[in-house]
Design a protein around this ligand. Sequence first.
Ligand code: SF4
Length: 331
Amino acid sequence: MLKETPFDRLMSWFFVHRRDLPWRRDRSFYSVLVSEMMLQQTQVVRVLGYYARFMNRFPTLEALAQASLEDVYIVWSGLGYYRRARYLWEAARLLVKEGVPPKGGWESVPGLGQYTISALRAFALNECVGVLDANVKRVLARFRGISSLKEKRLWEVITTFVVYGVRRGYEPRDVNEAFMELGALVCGRERRCYLCPFQRVCCTYLRGEDIFYVREKKSYTKVQERCIAYLKDDGKVWVVQGERWRKGLWDLPLWKEKLEEGERLGGFVLEYGVTHHRVERQVEVYRVKQMAGWEGGRWVMVTSPEVALGSPARRCLEFLQDFVTIPQNLS
Ligand code: SF4
C-alpha cells in the first residue's frame, strides 16, 4: 500500500469538503461548457441561478445551436460580459456541426482560450491535463514557493501534479478541482493555513510570510461615452442594438445617433466596467412625441423592457424611472 503523502491529504480533504455544484453533478460536455463560460470573471454564487435557468431553457448543445442569439441574450441578461454568451452560442453551432472534439481542433472554437480548453478536456472528458485558474495559481505559488508567477511554469507544475495524481489512482478532474477548491475555500486572499492539508510542507506557511504571492494589478483604461434617452409620455424609451461593447444587445443610442430634438428633461452619469475599460457614461434625457419613420430601434417600456439589455442599459432604465414619473407641467 502506498504511504500517505501531503497530496493524498489534499485529495482526502477535497472529497470531504468539496462544494456540491450542479456542473459537478452533471459532467456532460455541454454542462461543463456552459458553466465554464459563465464562470469566467464571475463568482460561483452569482452563476448558480443563471446556470439553472440557462440549462432549463437550452437543455442540450443542439437546443442552444438552434436558438436565436437574441433568445440567448435574454436568458443571459444580467450576468454581464455578453461576449461570452455570443461565443457560447457560436461554439454550440460549430460543435454540433463538427462534433466533439471539433475537426478543426479546440483552438478553432470561438471564445475558447487555453484555460477553457483545458477545463473542458479535464472536467468533461477526464483527460490528463492540468487546469490553471487564479485559485490554482495562488495555491501553487504559495505552496511550492514559486516566486515568479510565470504562467508557463505554473502550467507545468499543475500538469505534473495531475500526472502524479493519476499514477496514484485519482481522476484528472478530481486532482484539478482539489487544487481549485483549496484556493477557493482555504488558500484565498486571506489564508486559513490552520485548515490546510499542505500546512506541514507549505513554503509560505513554514517561512511565516506570504512573500510569493504577487497581487494581480488591474489597470483600467478610462473611456467616456455619451448616450441619449428619448422618452415618451407613455413611459417608453427608444433603444437600439448596441455595436460597441455589446453587439446584439439593446441599449440607449449613442449621442451621435441623435435623431430628434425634443425637450431636454435632464441627465445623469454612471460608471461601469467592461473588459479592462472603465467607462463613464453620460446620459442626456429628452422627451419626444410619437414619431414615424424611425428605423433600427424599438420603443420599450422603461419599467418592463422585455428585450435583452446589457447591465449598463438596465441601470440607465432604473435611473429613467424617475424621469418617467415627472408630471408634464413641472418639467
Ligand atoms: S498552508 Fe496556507 S499558504 Fe500554504 S497552501 Fe495551505 S492555506 Fe495556502
